[in-house]
Design a protein around this ligand. Structure first.
Ligand SMILES: Nc1ncnc2c1ncn2[C@@H]1O[C@H](COP(=O)(O)OP(=O)(O)O)[C@@H](O)[C@H]1O
Ligand SMILES: [Mg+2]
Length: 359
Protein backbone atom coordinates (compact mmCIF):
# COMPACT_ATOMS: atom_id res chain seq x y z
CA UNK A 1 0.00 0.00 0.00
CA UNK A 2 1.16 3.52 -0.75
CA UNK A 3 2.63 5.80 1.89
CA UNK A 4 0.74 8.92 2.92
CA UNK A 5 2.33 12.01 4.45
CA UNK A 6 0.59 12.94 7.67
CA UNK A 7 0.94 15.24 10.63
CA UNK A 8 0.02 13.81 14.02
CA UNK A 9 -1.05 16.29 16.70
CA UNK A 10 -1.22 15.51 20.40
CA UNK A 11 -2.18 17.70 23.34
CA UNK A 12 -1.26 15.44 26.25
CA UNK A 13 -2.64 15.14 29.75
CA UNK A 14 0.58 16.64 31.16
CA UNK A 15 -0.64 20.00 29.79
CA UNK A 16 2.88 20.81 28.57
CA UNK A 17 1.92 21.84 25.03
CA UNK A 18 1.03 20.60 21.57
CA UNK A 19 3.23 17.95 19.95
CA UNK A 20 3.31 17.93 16.14
CA UNK A 21 5.06 15.19 14.16
CA UNK A 22 5.42 14.45 10.47
CA UNK A 23 5.27 10.81 9.49
CA UNK A 24 4.98 8.91 6.23
CA UNK A 25 3.18 5.62 6.61
CA UNK A 26 0.94 3.08 4.92
CA UNK A 27 -0.99 2.62 8.19
CA UNK A 28 0.42 -0.89 8.46
CA UNK A 29 4.08 -1.83 8.94
CA UNK A 30 5.81 0.98 7.07
CA UNK A 31 6.72 4.07 9.05
CA UNK A 32 9.12 6.91 8.19
CA UNK A 33 9.43 9.54 10.92
CA UNK A 34 9.98 13.19 9.96
CA UNK A 35 10.20 16.60 11.63
CA UNK A 36 8.83 17.18 15.11
CA UNK A 37 8.16 20.10 17.42
CA UNK A 38 6.37 20.96 20.64
CA UNK A 39 4.50 24.25 20.75
CA UNK A 40 3.90 25.42 24.33
CA UNK A 41 0.36 26.69 24.82
CA UNK A 42 -0.06 30.43 24.33
CA UNK A 43 -0.33 32.52 27.51
CA UNK A 44 -3.27 31.59 29.65
CA UNK A 45 -4.51 28.68 27.55
CA UNK A 46 -2.93 26.05 29.82
CA UNK A 47 -4.79 27.39 32.85
CA UNK A 48 -8.05 27.73 30.94
CA UNK A 49 -7.62 24.16 29.67
CA UNK A 50 -6.93 22.94 33.19
CA UNK A 51 -10.12 24.63 34.37
CA UNK A 52 -12.10 22.58 31.80
CA UNK A 53 -10.80 19.22 33.07
CA UNK A 54 -13.54 16.94 34.24
CA UNK A 55 -15.87 18.73 31.84
CA UNK A 56 -16.30 21.47 34.47
CA UNK A 57 -16.87 25.09 33.66
CA UNK A 58 -19.49 27.01 31.70
CA UNK A 59 -20.17 25.50 28.27
CA UNK A 60 -19.46 28.84 26.59
CA UNK A 61 -15.98 28.81 28.12
CA UNK A 62 -15.33 25.19 27.04
CA UNK A 63 -16.36 26.19 23.50
CA UNK A 64 -14.04 29.21 23.60
CA UNK A 65 -11.16 27.07 24.89
CA UNK A 66 -11.86 24.58 22.09
CA UNK A 67 -11.65 27.34 19.53
CA UNK A 68 -8.40 28.72 20.95
CA UNK A 69 -6.92 25.24 21.23
CA UNK A 70 -7.78 24.62 17.57
CA UNK A 71 -6.10 27.92 16.60
CA UNK A 72 -3.00 26.85 18.55
CA UNK A 73 -2.97 23.50 16.70
CA UNK A 74 -3.15 25.35 13.37
CA UNK A 75 -0.14 27.36 14.52
CA UNK A 76 1.71 24.13 15.38
CA UNK A 77 0.96 22.80 11.87
CA UNK A 78 2.20 26.04 10.29
CA UNK A 79 5.42 25.94 12.33
CA UNK A 80 6.03 22.27 11.51
CA UNK A 81 5.51 22.84 7.77
CA UNK A 82 7.97 25.77 7.92
CA UNK A 83 10.49 23.63 9.80
CA UNK A 84 10.21 20.84 7.23
CA UNK A 85 10.11 23.20 4.24
CA UNK A 86 6.79 21.74 3.07
CA UNK A 87 3.71 23.39 1.56
CA UNK A 88 0.30 22.37 2.97
CA UNK A 89 -0.54 20.51 -0.25
CA UNK A 90 2.43 18.18 0.37
CA UNK A 91 0.54 16.76 3.36
CA UNK A 92 -2.28 14.27 2.79
CA UNK A 93 -3.81 14.19 6.21
CA UNK A 94 -3.71 15.49 9.78
CA UNK A 95 -4.43 13.27 12.80
CA UNK A 96 -5.87 15.64 15.41
CA UNK A 97 -6.25 14.05 18.83
CA UNK A 98 -7.47 17.16 20.62
CA UNK A 99 -7.35 17.48 24.40
CA UNK A 100 -9.11 15.04 26.70
CA UNK A 101 -11.17 16.97 29.20
CA UNK A 102 -13.14 14.01 30.50
CA UNK A 103 -12.60 10.26 30.28
CA UNK A 104 -15.07 7.88 31.97
CA UNK A 105 -15.52 4.96 29.55
CA UNK A 106 -17.46 2.93 32.10
CA UNK A 107 -20.12 5.64 31.83
CA UNK A 108 -19.75 5.55 28.02
CA UNK A 109 -18.12 8.92 28.11
CA UNK A 110 -14.90 10.25 26.65
CA UNK A 111 -14.53 13.84 25.56
CA UNK A 112 -11.73 15.36 23.50
CA UNK A 113 -12.08 19.01 22.56
CA UNK A 114 -10.71 20.25 19.24
CA UNK A 115 -12.63 21.39 16.17
CA UNK A 116 -11.80 19.10 13.23
CA UNK A 117 -13.69 21.09 10.61
CA UNK A 118 -12.12 24.26 11.98
CA UNK A 119 -8.59 22.87 11.73
CA UNK A 120 -9.22 21.63 8.17
CA UNK A 121 -10.40 25.10 7.20
CA UNK A 122 -7.45 26.80 8.92
CA UNK A 123 -4.79 24.54 7.39
CA UNK A 124 -6.32 23.54 4.03
CA UNK A 125 -5.49 19.92 4.91
CA UNK A 126 -7.90 17.03 5.51
CA UNK A 127 -8.26 16.28 9.22
CA UNK A 128 -9.24 13.18 11.13
CA UNK A 129 -10.26 13.68 14.75
CA UNK A 130 -12.52 12.03 17.33
CA UNK A 131 -10.41 8.89 17.58
CA UNK A 132 -11.85 7.50 20.79
CA UNK A 133 -15.63 7.76 20.77
CA UNK A 134 -16.36 4.82 18.43
CA UNK A 135 -14.36 2.49 20.65
CA UNK A 136 -16.14 3.71 23.78
CA UNK A 137 -19.52 3.41 22.02
CA UNK A 138 -18.65 -0.21 21.18
CA UNK A 139 -17.99 -0.87 24.86
CA UNK A 140 -14.22 -0.34 24.90
CA UNK A 141 -12.08 1.92 27.06
CA UNK A 142 -11.24 4.17 24.09
CA UNK A 143 -7.66 4.09 25.39
CA UNK A 144 -4.81 3.48 25.05
CA UNK A 145 -4.74 3.92 21.26
CA UNK A 146 -0.97 3.98 20.73
CA UNK A 147 -0.48 0.17 20.94
CA UNK A 148 -1.00 -0.57 17.24
CA UNK A 149 1.62 2.06 16.44
CA UNK A 150 3.93 0.51 19.03
CA UNK A 151 3.42 -2.84 17.28
CA UNK A 152 4.33 -1.35 13.89
CA UNK A 153 7.48 0.29 15.28
CA UNK A 154 8.65 -2.78 17.16
CA UNK A 155 8.03 -5.23 14.31
CA UNK A 156 11.68 -6.38 14.16
CA UNK A 157 12.44 -6.59 17.90
CA UNK A 158 12.72 -9.64 20.12
CA UNK A 159 9.61 -10.56 22.17
CA UNK A 160 8.10 -10.49 24.70
CA UNK A 161 8.66 -6.76 24.81
CA UNK A 162 7.04 -3.96 26.76
CA UNK A 163 6.66 -0.40 25.51
CA UNK A 164 5.93 1.98 28.33
CA UNK A 165 4.62 5.49 27.76
CA UNK A 166 5.04 7.76 30.78
CA UNK A 167 2.96 10.85 30.07
CA UNK A 168 0.45 12.43 32.45
CA UNK A 169 -0.72 8.87 33.07
CA UNK A 170 1.31 5.77 32.13
CA UNK A 171 0.33 3.06 29.71
CA UNK A 172 2.02 -0.17 28.74
CA UNK A 173 1.89 -2.15 25.50
CA UNK A 174 2.97 -5.78 25.82
CA UNK A 175 3.97 -7.49 22.58
CA UNK A 176 4.27 -11.28 22.34
CA UNK A 177 5.49 -13.53 19.55
CA UNK A 178 2.39 -13.48 17.29
CA UNK A 179 1.09 -10.42 15.45
CA UNK A 180 -2.12 -10.51 17.49
CA UNK A 181 -0.28 -10.93 20.80
CA UNK A 182 -0.83 -7.38 22.00
CA UNK A 183 -2.04 -6.41 25.44
CA UNK A 184 -2.31 -2.81 26.53
CA UNK A 185 -3.65 -0.79 29.43
CA UNK A 186 -3.05 2.26 31.59
CA UNK A 187 -0.83 1.23 34.50
CA UNK A 188 -1.65 4.19 36.73
CA UNK A 189 -0.10 7.57 37.34
CA UNK A 190 2.67 8.99 35.20
CA UNK A 191 3.98 12.52 35.60
CA UNK A 192 0.76 14.39 36.38
CA UNK A 193 0.72 13.88 40.16
CA UNK A 194 4.44 14.69 40.39
CA UNK A 195 4.01 17.79 38.21
CA UNK A 196 1.04 19.05 40.23
CA UNK A 197 2.92 18.53 43.53
CA UNK A 198 6.11 20.20 42.33
CA UNK A 199 4.16 23.08 40.79
CA UNK A 200 2.23 23.71 44.00
CA UNK A 201 5.34 23.65 46.23
CA UNK A 202 8.05 25.19 44.04
CA UNK A 203 6.36 26.92 41.09
CA UNK A 204 8.39 24.71 38.73
CA UNK A 205 6.53 22.85 35.97
CA UNK A 206 8.13 19.48 36.70
CA UNK A 207 10.93 17.75 38.59
CA UNK A 208 13.77 18.26 36.09
CA UNK A 209 15.70 14.98 35.74
CA UNK A 210 14.11 13.83 39.02
CA UNK A 211 16.52 15.86 41.17
CA UNK A 212 13.93 16.74 43.83
CA UNK A 213 12.87 13.09 44.08
CA UNK A 214 16.52 12.05 44.38
CA UNK A 215 16.94 14.42 47.34
CA UNK A 216 13.93 12.99 49.19
CA UNK A 217 13.07 9.83 51.09
CA UNK A 218 10.23 7.53 50.08
CA UNK A 219 7.59 7.34 52.82
CA UNK A 220 6.67 3.65 52.65
CA UNK A 221 3.47 4.06 54.72
CA UNK A 222 2.19 6.77 52.39
CA UNK A 223 3.26 4.73 49.37
CA UNK A 224 1.33 1.71 50.65
CA UNK A 225 -1.76 3.91 51.14
CA UNK A 226 -1.48 5.18 47.56
CA UNK A 227 -1.10 1.63 46.24
CA UNK A 228 -4.15 0.40 48.19
CA UNK A 229 -6.43 1.67 45.42
CA UNK A 230 -8.15 -1.32 43.75
CA UNK A 231 -7.29 -0.15 40.22
CA UNK A 232 -3.87 -1.82 40.31
CA UNK A 233 -5.33 -5.28 40.81
CA UNK A 234 -8.08 -4.95 38.21
CA UNK A 235 -7.54 -7.10 35.13
CA UNK A 236 -6.63 -5.46 31.81
CA UNK A 237 -7.72 -3.78 29.56
CA UNK A 238 -8.42 -0.73 31.70
CA UNK A 239 -7.88 3.01 31.40
CA UNK A 240 -7.74 6.08 33.58
CA UNK A 241 -8.68 9.72 33.75
CA UNK A 242 -5.83 12.13 34.54
CA UNK A 243 -7.22 12.91 37.95
CA UNK A 244 -8.25 9.37 38.92
CA UNK A 245 -5.83 9.21 41.85
CA UNK A 246 -6.13 11.22 45.01
CA UNK A 247 -2.66 12.28 46.22
CA UNK A 248 -4.08 13.25 49.67
CA UNK A 249 -1.86 10.77 51.60
CA UNK A 250 1.23 12.74 50.50
CA UNK A 251 -0.05 16.06 51.90
CA UNK A 252 1.99 16.16 55.12
CA UNK A 253 5.38 15.38 53.56
CA UNK A 254 8.24 17.75 52.76
CA UNK A 255 8.61 18.86 49.14
CA UNK A 256 11.45 16.39 48.50
CA UNK A 257 9.91 13.44 50.35
CA UNK A 258 6.55 14.04 48.65
CA UNK A 259 8.23 14.13 45.25
CA UNK A 260 10.21 10.95 46.03
CA UNK A 261 7.07 9.18 47.25
CA UNK A 262 4.94 10.20 44.24
CA UNK A 263 7.77 9.16 41.91
CA UNK A 264 7.94 5.79 43.68
CA UNK A 265 4.14 5.57 43.31
CA UNK A 266 4.43 5.85 39.53
CA UNK A 267 7.23 3.24 39.46
CA UNK A 268 5.41 0.83 41.81
CA UNK A 269 2.16 1.14 39.82
CA UNK A 270 4.09 0.21 36.68
CA UNK A 271 5.70 -2.76 38.45
CA UNK A 272 2.20 -3.81 39.57
CA UNK A 273 1.33 -4.25 35.89
CA UNK A 274 3.77 -7.16 35.53
CA UNK A 275 1.52 -9.91 36.97
CA UNK A 276 -1.18 -8.79 34.51
CA UNK A 277 1.05 -9.48 31.49
CA UNK A 278 0.90 -12.87 29.73
CA UNK A 279 4.69 -13.36 29.99
CA UNK A 280 7.49 -11.27 31.50
CA UNK A 281 9.01 -8.81 29.00
CA UNK A 282 12.71 -9.26 28.15
CA UNK A 283 13.02 -5.48 28.41
CA UNK A 284 11.00 -2.31 28.76
CA UNK A 285 11.36 0.51 26.23
CA UNK A 286 10.23 3.81 27.70
CA UNK A 287 8.72 6.75 25.85
CA UNK A 288 7.08 10.02 26.95
CA UNK A 289 8.49 12.79 29.14
CA UNK A 290 8.87 10.49 32.16
CA UNK A 291 11.85 8.77 30.52
CA UNK A 292 13.82 11.97 31.18
CA UNK A 293 13.24 11.63 34.92
CA UNK A 294 16.47 9.85 35.92
CA UNK A 295 15.21 9.01 39.40
CA UNK A 296 12.05 7.44 38.04
CA UNK A 297 14.05 5.40 35.51
CA UNK A 298 16.36 4.13 38.28
CA UNK A 299 13.34 3.16 40.42
CA UNK A 300 11.86 1.30 37.46
CA UNK A 301 15.09 -0.63 36.84
CA UNK A 302 15.22 -1.63 40.50
CA UNK A 303 11.57 -2.76 40.56
CA UNK A 304 11.42 -4.48 37.16
CA UNK A 305 14.79 -6.26 37.37
CA UNK A 306 15.33 -6.27 33.58
CA UNK A 307 16.63 -3.70 31.10
CA UNK A 308 14.68 -0.41 31.10
CA UNK A 309 15.77 1.81 28.21
CA UNK A 310 14.55 5.02 26.59
CA UNK A 311 13.07 4.32 23.12
CA UNK A 312 15.61 6.79 21.76
CA UNK A 313 18.18 3.97 22.04
CA UNK A 314 16.21 2.24 19.25
CA UNK A 315 16.50 5.34 17.07
CA UNK A 316 12.91 6.37 17.83
CA UNK A 317 11.96 9.73 19.31
CA UNK A 318 10.44 9.49 22.77
CA UNK A 319 9.20 13.07 22.47
CA UNK A 320 7.52 12.59 19.09
CA UNK A 321 6.20 9.06 19.38
CA UNK A 322 2.71 9.76 20.67
CA UNK A 323 2.06 12.50 18.10
CA UNK A 324 3.38 10.18 15.38
CA UNK A 325 0.91 7.56 16.60
CA UNK A 326 -2.03 9.84 15.81
CA UNK A 327 -0.67 10.48 12.30
CA UNK A 328 -0.41 6.71 11.89
CA UNK A 329 -3.92 6.18 13.26
CA UNK A 330 -5.29 8.86 10.92
CA UNK A 331 -4.04 6.85 7.95
CA UNK A 332 -5.55 3.69 9.43
CA UNK A 333 -8.85 5.52 9.87
CA UNK A 334 -8.82 6.75 6.27
CA UNK A 335 -8.11 3.18 5.09
CA UNK A 336 -10.83 1.62 7.25
CA UNK A 337 -8.35 -0.29 9.41
CA UNK A 338 -9.15 -0.80 13.09
CA UNK A 339 -7.60 1.54 15.67
CA UNK A 340 -8.03 -0.89 18.55
CA UNK A 341 -8.20 -4.59 19.36
CA UNK A 342 -10.17 -6.29 22.14
CA UNK A 343 -6.85 -6.72 23.98
CA UNK A 344 -5.91 -3.04 23.76
CA UNK A 345 -9.16 -1.32 24.77
CA UNK A 346 -11.50 -4.12 25.81
CA UNK A 347 -13.91 -3.48 22.95
CA UNK A 348 -15.72 -6.66 21.87
CA UNK A 349 -14.15 -6.59 18.39
CA UNK A 350 -11.51 -4.55 16.54
CA UNK A 351 -12.95 -1.06 16.19
CA UNK A 352 -12.42 1.52 13.46
CA UNK A 353 -12.77 5.14 14.42
CA UNK A 354 -12.02 8.74 13.64
CA UNK A 355 -14.01 11.33 11.72
CA UNK A 356 -12.86 12.87 8.45
CA UNK A 357 -13.14 16.60 7.77
CA UNK A 358 -12.20 17.75 4.27
CA UNK A 359 -11.06 21.36 3.91
N1 LIG B 1 13.82 16.74 31.64
C1 LIG B 1 12.79 16.21 32.30
N2 LIG B 1 12.95 15.69 33.53
C2 LIG B 1 11.92 15.16 34.22
N3 LIG B 1 10.67 15.10 33.74
C3 LIG B 1 10.44 15.59 32.51
C4 LIG B 1 11.48 16.17 31.72
N4 LIG B 1 10.94 16.56 30.54
C5 LIG B 1 9.63 16.24 30.58
N5 LIG B 1 9.31 15.67 31.76
C6 LIG B 1 8.00 15.22 32.22
O1 LIG B 1 7.25 14.80 31.12
C7 LIG B 1 5.99 15.48 31.07
C8 LIG B 1 5.54 15.61 29.64
O2 LIG B 1 5.43 14.32 29.14
P1 LIG B 1 4.58 13.98 27.85
O3 LIG B 1 5.11 12.70 27.33
O4 LIG B 1 4.55 15.17 26.97
O5 LIG B 1 3.17 13.74 28.49
P2 LIG B 1 1.72 14.00 27.90
O6 LIG B 1 1.58 13.06 26.74
O7 LIG B 1 0.81 13.69 29.03
O8 LIG B 1 1.70 15.44 27.48
C9 LIG B 1 6.27 16.78 31.78
O9 LIG B 1 5.08 17.32 32.30
C10 LIG B 1 7.24 16.34 32.87
O10 LIG B 1 6.54 15.79 33.95
MG1 LIG C 1 2.97 16.40 26.24
Amino acid sequence: MSLLTTIGLMSGTSLDGIDAALIRTDGRERVEAGAFLTLPYPDGLRDRLRACLGGRGPLAEIAAVERDLTLAHAEAVRALLAMAGLAPNAVDLIGFHGHTISHAPDQHLTWQIGDGAGLAALTGIAVINDFRSADVAAGGQGAPLVPLYHRALAAGLERPLALLNIGGVSNVTWLGAGAEDVLAFDTGPGNALIDDWVWRHTGLRYDESGTLAAAGRIDETVLAALLAQPYFRQPAPKSLDRDAFDPAPVAGLSVEDGTATLTAFTAAAIAAARPLLPAPPLRWLVTGGGRLNTTLMAMLKARLGVAVEPVDDQGWSGDALEAQAFGYLAVRSLRDLPLSLPSTTGAPHPVRGGRLHRP
